[in-house]
Write a protein that binds this ligand. Structure first.
Ligand code: CA
Length: 529
């Protein structure tokens, strides 16, 4: 879709079919009838744990409804696959080396963000849930956020007035808070609501109701769970995000001896066990070796998927609210996650790597006025594109310093003419919590090239022949022309995106990681619900 066609498409979508022969007043009317935007983002929810993408692990009927009634994008990627950097990129439309958030450091509240732009454009702006950007949110008319990572049970939230403690499960509370605010919103404005779930982030603590259901299930193992890393670089061998070796007793929900307290208890919980005692039908059983490995995968996935199931219920609750209020027609609702996650693929958990399971974001969009049901697109998108998309939908100018482009042309499905054919990625947090090697790379429609710059090691994958990324062909003589082309594209992108100076490449040049505590806020107690 070219510029003019896209503008027409948006105008027609905004006004309905009657405006096809749009008279001069159309623009003003379009402005008046701008869509509401509900942006639901969970934390670490891999696309393969949504049945619209893969029905082998879990059924997610509400998320599937978005795909069925709207658009499913299959190739949207985080440009730096960890929580804080992805969130900073989503708000600023910029890569980490430009917005200054390469790892877990705060986003400068003075920076322009899409929330500030939409607020200035007359939207009511709302932020509820996990923020994790090291400061109070700015650019929002109303907000209530979890401090840092937040907790799953009986969470504390920060508000502009101080702290509030709630009783209950964080996923349900986040949705309830969002809907309460939306009910009370000013009705003379369109709204932009960011609803950010903590789930299904580690340590994957489900609510009791869903934990019970999922603990009784056996989850199929992914084909690459037992990957031997033949042909791969040291990065994947040396990382400490392996399901079999790096899960702690906290991750595995093992009960500490009752007499352990304080630091000793914490030490016990942080241990990575090579032997686990479980009870089966009242009988104690000790698991080791292969049996323990399989059990660890099951325990991890049962809890992770139970967390996802609660998020799906919450999406359903928001869809029901849109139906009830009659707002569904002109509300664009998105479900995504700040990045993907390894669900045992390559024997891993967590994210960080540029590999598909980790970097790919689920991206489901419903907007009855502008998207036909059952639309799909495999065009390459990145999280830098989200802010430009929202501004485009609001009829606002996209600032020149945003590095993404509007995804609105993808709403028609497929790959629009002239669409990008490659994307750039860069991860910095090395060694971080999982000894994940820093790297940058390029992904095209068919290939991926990764450079682990501190090790001077490369990986290259043919994503058509090898979609699971098992065979590194970087040193394959038959692939040298392809590797050279990919390298040229990588350096072209680095130049285009202003990353030639390799800002933050050394740890000592990176901004400090800090945890945020609201300064001088009075505690507001007794506000539980
Ligand atoms: Ca995350």
């Amino acid at each position: 879709m070219n510029q003019t066609t896209r503008r027409d498409f948006l105008r027609v979508a905004a006004l309905g079919v009657a405006a096809l022969a749009a008279p001069p007043w159309a623009r003003a009317a379009a402005k008046k009838d701008r869509p509401n935007i509900i942006y639901i983002m969970s934390d670490d929810h891999a696309a393969q744990a949504i049945s619209a993408y893969n029905d082998k692990l879990i059924q997610t009927p509400s998320m599937d409804r978005l795909a069925k009634e709207g658009l499913r994008c299959d190739r949207i990627f985080a440009t730096n696959s960890i929580c804080t950097p992805s969130r900073a990129t989503i708000l600023t439309g910029q890569y980490s080396h430009i917005n200054g958030v390469p790892c877990f450091n705060p986003l400068d509240p003075k920076r322009p963000t899409v929330a500030k732009y939409l607020q200035a454009a007359g939207y009511y702006t709302l932020m509820i849930g996990k923020w994790h950007l090291g400061s109070d949110p700015v650019g929002f008319d109303d907000w209530e956020v979890l401090p840092g990572q937040g907790v799953y049970h009986d969470p504390l939230f920060y508000t502009a007035e101080g702290e509030k403690k709630y009783t209950g499960y964080v996923t349900e509370i986040t949705t309830d808070l969002a809907l309460q605010r939306l009910e009370k919103r000013p009705k003379d404005k369109p709204f932009f609501a960011m609803v950010h779930h903590k789930a299904p982030h580690r340590p994957w603590e489900p609510c009791d109701r869903l934990a019970k259901i999922w603990r009784a299930r056996t989850i199929p193992e992914p084909a690459t769970l037992w990957d031997d890393y033949a042909t791969r670089t040291d990065a994947i061998r040396e990382c400490k995000q392996k399901v079999f070796d790096d899960m702690t007793r906290t991750d595995l929900k093992l009960e500490p001896p009752a007499d352990l307290k304080g630091p000793q208890r914490r030490q016990w919980m942080g241990h990575k066990p090579t032997e686990v005692e479980i009870e089966v039908n009242g009988q104690k059983q000790t698991l080791t070796g292969l049996e323990l490995k399989k059990w660890k995968y099951q325990r991890y996935m049962q809890d992770y998927l139970a967390c996802c199931a609660a998020v799906d219920e919450s999406v359903g609750q928001i869809l029901a609210w849109l139906d009830k209020t009659g707002l569904a027609e002109n509300t664009l609702i998105i479900y995504t996650s700040d990045q993907g996650f390894f669900l045992g693929e390559h024997g891993l958990y967590d994210k960080r790597f540029m590999y598909e399971d980790s970097a790919r974001m689920p991206f489901l969009v419903r907007w009855p006025r502008g998207i036909k049901p059952g639309t799909t697109s495999a065009a390459l998108g990145i999280n830098c594109d989200f802010a430009p998309t929202f501004l485009d939908l609001a009829g606002e100018k996209i600032p020149a310093d945003m590095q993404g482009r509007s995804l609105v042309p993808l709403f028609a499905g497929g790959k629009p003419d002239g669409w990008r054919s490659s994307i750039y990625y860069r991860y910095y947090h090395d060694p971080g919590d999982h000894n994940t090697a820093a790297h940058y790379g390029v992904r095209t429609d068919t290939h991926k090239l990764i450079y682990f710059w501190r090790r001077n090691q490369w990986e290259c994958f043919d994503l058509v022949k090898d979609p699971q990324e098992l065979k590194n062909v970087y040193n394959d003589p038959a692939e040298q022309a392809t590797v050279a082309k990919l390298k040229a594209e990588l350096y072209r992108l680095k130049k285009e995106l202003g990353d030639e100076a390799d800002r933050f490449a050394n740890n000592e040049d990176q901004p400090k990681e800090t945890s945020y505590v609201q300064p001088g806020q009075k505690k507001k107690k007794g506000a539980a619900q």
